[in-house]
Ligand binder design. Structure first.
Ligand SMILES: *Cc1c(COP(=O)(O)O)cnc(C)c1O
Length: 426
């Protein structure tokens, strides 16, 4: 249920919203980047790289000190022993993606995890080998899928089935379902960006997963733009596997450790997998038996002992998510993005459109603006006024007001600059 919200384009309205915001104190717990003249930037780029929580430095320093003081014994004697460090992230990670604790693990990076999971979950046969993916998916996902096809001896040109975008740059659920209906019998896997990185659209993952399963197709979700942005229920939706990075909405720092999900029903399965010692049964891992016996659950897909410093950064950030709560974050996010949309629509000057769906249930915090003419000039104008957002070829600007650290005032200031640009053009 969405009660209609009434907004005003007054700056004082934005300030009042910030005052009344139950999450307002979180902003002060992040480093907000400044421009060279010392001014705080209007940072609307958390979809690309989330900001650094103040406490991240302490958490990393704690491990540097443990290493300095304890050496190898830090594996057992550090305050957060490195042997089980990834376990300190499990509960909060499970909460964020809607999973059981045994269904998630943090390890590697996103594309690596997609490959490892496809080793297990992409099991093509001669007449069922295609992979369904959305048109213009994130390039890394396209490369990953095409290379998996080739590894199995199939031709990537004929093996990839694309779900087409409609004329306004969105995916309709009907089109997704009809693509599954048409190609399901030849397809072994559907890999979908839970929130599409380009247009910001949140898919109806539950409905799509059910349809794919009915057609005998395994479902993997790339949650890079969904984790920490929208409420997810990967377990209940019966998604087979998922992976996500932690440096976008999850604020764990550039290239930090990624996450993955394997549904409980695959936990004890004998699916083939690439194995390494960290995925081996913890009770006998150090007995170094010859025979690999995987941990039951997502942890059984681990290969190596993880890098502790990025996990420390992730732990610092996940604690903030837990404190704020995904439900409260989502409430603010829906409202703040609706406010952005309201302000943009107020002065319909200039040639631009929003390609992100207007229905809050079909988007996260990001709005993608298509500016067919001279969009790059608008982008440069915004950048020179301290707005950090991003430009996606050929003509899209993505803006992401993030509920943890962005304010209504950020949104208001962005809209002023946006309209100011078009007024100065006429
Ligand atoms: C950000 C992103 C990636 C990046 O992959 P890395 O392996 O973390 O470099 C991949 N896929 C999608 C959909 C993304 O949004």
């Amino acid at each position: 249920m969405h009660t209609p919200i009434s907004f005003s384009d007054d700056r004082s309205f934005a300030l009042r919203q910030d005052e009344a915001d139950p999450l307002r104190d979180f902003r002060a717990r992040f480093h907000i980047p400044r421009s060279s003249d010392g001014q705080e930037q209007i940072y609307l780029c958390g979809n690309s790289l989330g900001l650094q929580p103040l406490r991240t430095r302490d958490y990393i320093e704690e491990e540097l000190e443990a290493w300095a003081e304890l050496g190898v014994e830090g594996h057992f004697r550090a305050r957060h022993p490195w042997m089980r460090y990834h376990e300190f992230l499990t509960r909060q990670t499970a909460e964020i993606v809607g999973a059981l604790p045994s269904e998630v693990v943090t390890m590697n990076t996103l594309t690596v995890n997609l490959h490892l999971l496809m080793v297990s979950f992409y099991r093509p046969t001669a007449d069922r080998y295609k992979i369904i993916i959305e048109e213009k998916a994130f390039p890394s996902d396209q490369y990953a899928v095409a290379s998996q096809l080739r590894v199995h001896g199939f031709d990537a040109a004929t093996g990839v089935v694309e779900i087409p975008l409609d004329s306004v740059g969105r995916f309709s659920t009907d089109t997704v379902l009809s693509t599954i209906e048409r190609y399901g019998r030849e397809s072994a896997l559907l890999l979908l960006g839970g929130v599409n990185y380009y247009n910001g659209q949140l898919f109806d993952i539950e409905t799509i997963t059910r349809a794919a399963h009915d057609a005998g197709v395994v479902v993997g979700i790339d949650c890079a733009h969904a984790a920490g942005n929208v409420p997810l229920r990967l377990h209940d939706w019966e998604v087979d596997f998922a992976a996500w990075c932690s440096y976008k909405y999850l604020n764990a720092g550039p290239g930090s450790t990624a996450g993955c999900f394997v549904h409980e029903r695959h936990a004890g399965s004998d699916l083939p997998r690439f194995a390494g010692w960290w995925g081996h049964d913890k009770a006998t891992r150090f007995a170094m038996p010859q025979q690999f016996r995987p941990i039951v659950g997502a942890e059984g897909w681990q290969l190596s002992n993880p890098s502790i410093l990025p996990l420390a950064a992730l732990r610092a950030s996940l604690e903030l998510f837990e404190e704020a709560g995904m439900a409260a974050l989502r409430r603010k996010s829906e409202r703040m993005t609706a406010y952005l949309s309201f302000l943009l629509d107020l002065h319909p000057r200039g040639d631009w459109s929003v390609i992100t769906p207007s229905d809050p249930a079909q988007r996260g915090c990001q709005l993608s603006l298509r500016i067919p003419e001279n969009g790059r000039r608008l982008f440069d104008h915004l950048s020179s006024a301290h707005v950090v957002c991003d430009w996606r070829e050929p003509d899209v600007i993505r803006i992401a007001p993030v509920p943890l650290y962005n304010s209504y005032e950020d949104v208001w200031r962005f809209a002023e600059l946006f309209h100011g640009y078009f007024s100065s053009q006429t």
